[in-house]
Write a protein that binds this ligand. Structure first.
Ligand code: GLU
Length: 312
């Protein structure tokens, strides 16, 4: 255990943490709405954090915030940005390093992919190539000019978490990257540091992130940080059963407004998909019961709704 600054005086919070890589689509908006409903129904603060260390598209953040506001979501305190918090991530990395829990990794993505197809370890897990390099081997790699990522020297192969919708979920914990070779702190580290420091004790997000969660919870315990409660909510899929994407049609709020729908219609469509009824986020709060949420993905055919709007 490695002591990090405690957050016991910070009130409990839920959060939404978009990546400002483009406009939010209905799947993102539905997850944000759920995160807000979970937090507010539980009397929590709700914080908004922009995960802007990667994939930033100019203008996307302000459009995302405007869409969330239009849906009726509000948040407490200023919006935070990961790019303002690099010292926090460095401090966490230093603590892990001081405890002997990190090592430099010189592998390229291709080398890892090739090694990971070998029949050892869970699929996609780092095979540990650089874990026990000798001093001479490390020096040779450095001399060859290979940039190094920093990895966690994991002491376990698996970690289990509890999820409100999925129950107990155990998943692999490999030597995850803490700092990428380009110097950017890795998502699995930043999310743990940020959630703890912001008093986030409930993480609601899309269930595509469930497989990363055991790694994050394990990292939190190594940093002596509390592990939040998790609720990984079903994604929105297109008519082909694939994850909803911009190319699927009218999937952003702007698209919907442009074809004549109102914000209230969009909120009630999202509500309907969740087994709830109402035209504003506030309407949905009264009847919100996490235990009754649908467990299956919402399959959306954006174009079928054009008819519904044209011929109400
Ligand atoms: N920024 C991440 C994303 O948009 C979400 C991170 C999280 O909720 O933990 O996929």
């Amino acid at each position: 255990m490695i002591a990090m600054p405690t957050t016991s005086s910070t009130p409990r919070a839920g959060r939404y943490a978009p990546s400002p890589s483009g406009d939010l689509h209905l799947g993102n908006l539905r997850t944000a709405l759920l995160a807000w409903l979970f937090a507010r129904a539980g009397g929590r603060r709700f914080v908004l954090r922009v995960d802007d260390l990667d994939r930033v598209r100019p203008g996307a953040e302000s459009r995302q915030l405007a869409d969330l506001t239009a849906l009726g979501l509000d948040w407490d305190g200023p919006v935070t940005h990961q790019t303002d918090r690099l010292d926090r991530y460095d401090a966490a990395v230093e603590r892990l390093t001081a405890a002997g829990l990190t090592y430099d990794c010189y592998c390229t993505r291709k080398e890892i992919q090739q090694a990971a197809t070998a029949p050892h370890g869970p699929l996609g897990a780092y095979p540990g190539t650089c874990r026990d390099l000798t001093h001479a081997e490390r020096t040779a790699r450095r001399a060859a000019g290979r940039p190094a990522a920093l990895r966690l020297r994991s002491t376990r192969a698996e970690f289990a978490i509890t999820d409100r919708l999925h129950g107990r979920y155990a998943g692999p914990v490999d030597d995850l990257v803490l700092r990428r070779a380009d110097g950017i702190p890795a998502y699995n580290l930043t999310v743990v540091v940020d959630d703890a420091e912001q008093g986030v004790d409930q993480v609601v997000r899309g269930d595509d992130l469930l497989p990363s969660t055991p790694r994050q919870a394990y990292l939190a315990t190594l940093l002596d940080l509390p592990v939040p409660e998790y609720a990984h909510v079903p994604l929105v899929l297109n008519a082909d059963g694939k994850r909803l994407a911009k190319r699927d049609g009218a999937v952003t709020l702007a698209d919907r407004l442009a074809r004549g729908e109102t914000v209230e219609q969009v909120v009630s469509e999202l509500a309907d998909s969740l087994g709830l009824a109402g035209h504003t986020a506030g309407d949905l709060l009264a009847g919100f019961d996490p235990g009754r949420l649908p467990r299956a993905p919402w399959v959306l055919d954006p174009d079928s709704l054009v008819c519904a709007v044209r011929n109400p």
